[in-house]
Design a protein around this ligand. Sequence first.
Ligand code: FMN
Ligand code: SF4
Length: 654
Amino acid sequence: MADSAFPNLLAPLTIRGCRLKNRIFSTGHMTTLVAGGAPSEDLAAYHEARAAGGAALVIVEVAVVHPTGIFTTHTIDATSDACIPGYRRVAAAVHAHGCKVFGQLFHPGREIIESLDGSTPVSYAPSAVPNERFHVMPRAMARALIEAVVAGYGSAAARLVEAGLDGVEIVASQGYLPAQFLNPRINRRDDEYGGSPENRLRFLRQAIAAVRRAVGPDIVVGMRISGDEMSHEGLAVDEVMAACVALDGDGGLDYFNIIAGSSATLAGSVHIVPPMLVENAYVAPYAAAVRARVTRPVFVAGRINQPQIAEQVLAAGQADMCGMTRAMICDPEMPAKTVAGRLDDIRACIACNQACIGHMLMGYPISCIQHPETGRERRYGRRLPAVPSRRVLVAGGGPAGMKAAAVAAERGHLVTLCEASPRLGGQALLAQLLPGRAEFGGIVTNLEHEMALAGVEIRRSCAVDAAVVRELAPDAVIVATGARPRRPPIEGGEAAHIVDAWQVLRDEVNVGASVVVADWRCDWVGLGIAEKLARAGCRVRLCVNGYMPGQTIQQYVRDNWVGILHKLGVEIIPYVRLFGADGDAVYLQHTTSGEAVICEAVDTLVLAQGHDSVAGLEQELADFAGELHLIGDCLAPRTAEEAVLEGLQVAAAL
Ligand SMILES: Cc1cc2nc3c(=O)[nH]c(=O)nc-3n(C[C@H](O)[C@H](O)[C@H](O)COP(=O)(O)O)c2cc1C
Ligand code: SF4
C-alpha cells in the first residue's frame, strides 16, 4: 500500500554500482559532533540513527582537503590519516542498516568563519576580492598552493575510501573555493585559472580528476553546486549550467547535487538552510533545469520536509534523489514511517532553524527543538522502560508538558496531562500567529500526536491545583505552567496607550497609526509584531535593547526578516532600553551612552519585554509528598527548545 503511494520515492537507484534502496538522502551537514578534527563516536551514533530510520544514503559533512581550508573550530580535517578511524566508525554504523555513505570534500576559499585559536587566519581565494559576510580580505592563491589544494582533494578522497565510504562529493556550491574559481566577479586572475570560462573551470576539473585518480573506477564521485547563488556577486543560472554541462561531458562525475545560495552574502546565505518563509522544494526547478541538460542523476534539497513533497519532485522528473536533511534531523525514522504508510506519525520539520543550524553556527552539537534526542543519541537514543510504572501528572499542555507526557507514557508510566485552557500548545499557539510563522504550529500538532500514540490521558480546561492533585494521587507531578508577558514599570505609563505583544497577536486590542515596539528580548516577537503592524498600515519604530533586532535568533531567520522589515519601511532603533511613556511619546535610554532617545508622535507602545514565569503551583504543592519537577518557562522563561528538552530530560529520568 505504501509503495503505491510513493512509487518514485521508494524505488531504488544504482549509481556506478552503488545501490541506493530509495530516493531519500541526508545531505552533507556540519554537526559539531567532531572531535580533534575527526568524526566522533557521537557522529557515528547520529548518522546511525538516520540509517536505522531508513535513509538510502547519508552524506557526511564537509571535510577540508588542505590546512588552509579549516574554517571553523569543529571542521573535519581530511588532510591526515588521523580522520580515518572516525570515518570507519561512521561507515560501519551506517552500513549496518543497509544505507550507503558518502563524504564531502571541501575548501571554503575566502569563506573563513573562525580559526582554531581565535586569531584571524590568512585565507586564500583565486583573487584578493573581499567577502562581504565574514569581512575577509583573502590573499590570491599562488600556483603552488592551487596545485597543493588540487592534490589535497585526491589524498582526502583516498582517506575516505580507505575508511570504507561508498562515495565522495566535491563541494562546489554556495560560493566556496571551486565556485570562487568559476565566478568571473571573484576570480580576476590573468593566468590559466582565470579569464575565459574554460580557464575558470580548470581548478574544478583538476580537482575532479585528482579525486577520480585517487578513488579508482568503483567509487561514486559527485559534485554539489548552487543552481543559482542568489547573491549580487554570485554565480548566475547560466554560468552554473555551462559548468555542469561541460563537466558532464568530461565524464568524471556520477551525479550533480543541486542546491541554492551562497555563503558570501547575508541574502545568499539564507539559502544554505532556508527558513520556514521559503517555499517547500523551491530548489527543484533549478535541479530540473540541470537534469534536462546532463546525463547523470541529479540530487536536490531545500525545504523538502515531507515524503509527499519529495514524491512530487521525483514524479515531475525534477530530480532523481531528494535530500531531506532537516526532515531527518527532526524525525530520523521518516523514511521507515513512509515505507510503513505511517504518514501521520511523521514529525515534520518546521524550518525554524533553531537547534540545527542555530547550534552549529554557535559551535554547539546540532539538535532539533522538536526532537532533542537528535545529537544526543548516545544518551537519549533509546527509551528505557519505566520500572516501576508510576502515576504521573503533568500540569500544563505547552511544548514542555506535552513532551514530558509523551516520553513518560512511552516509557510505560500512567500519565495524565491537564491544560488550563481549552487548547493544547501554550505559547506555540501564539508564536504561529506571527507573520510567516504559521508552520511553527506544527510543533503542537506533532506533540499532540506523540501523546496520543503514547496513550496520555488529556484533560483540557482543567487547571491543576491541590484538589486535582489529591484526586489523581500521582507519584510525580511535572509543573509546566509556562509564562505570561512581562510588564515592567513604565514611568508616566498611566497616560500612555500601552499594550503587549500577546494582545496584538490575538487581535484583542486596537493599535494607533503610529507605533513603537519596545523589544527587550531581540527575538521573533519584536520582528513579527513590527511586521504585522507595518503590514496593517502603521508607522512602526522597532526599538531594540540590543545591537540589532533578532539578535538572539538564528541568523538566516533574522537576516531574511530584517530584509522584509526594511521593505516595509520599519524604522529600527538599536541599543535602547525602555523607561517611560506618556500621551504621545516614548522615552528610551541609549544602553551605552546613557543618553535619552525620545520617540515622538506615538499613539501606541507595544511591549515585547519577554515573560515572567507562572509557577504558583510550586508553592501550592509545597506539602506534596511525591516527586515535584518544574520544566520549561515556569522554571525560567526561555524558548520552545529548552521547554521540549527539559520535557525529555525529566521524563527520561522518572
Ligand atoms: C546544521 C547544518 C549544517 C550544514 N552544513 C552543511 C555542510 O557541511 N555541507 C553542505 O553542503 N551543506 C550543509 N548544510 C546545508 C544542508 O546540506 C541542506 O542543503 C540544507 O539543510 C537544506 O536542506 P533541508 O531543507 O532538507 O534541510 C547544512 C545544514 C544544516 C542544517
Ligand atoms: S530545529 Fe527546527 S529547523 Fe531544525 S530540524 Fe528541528 S524543526 Fe527543523
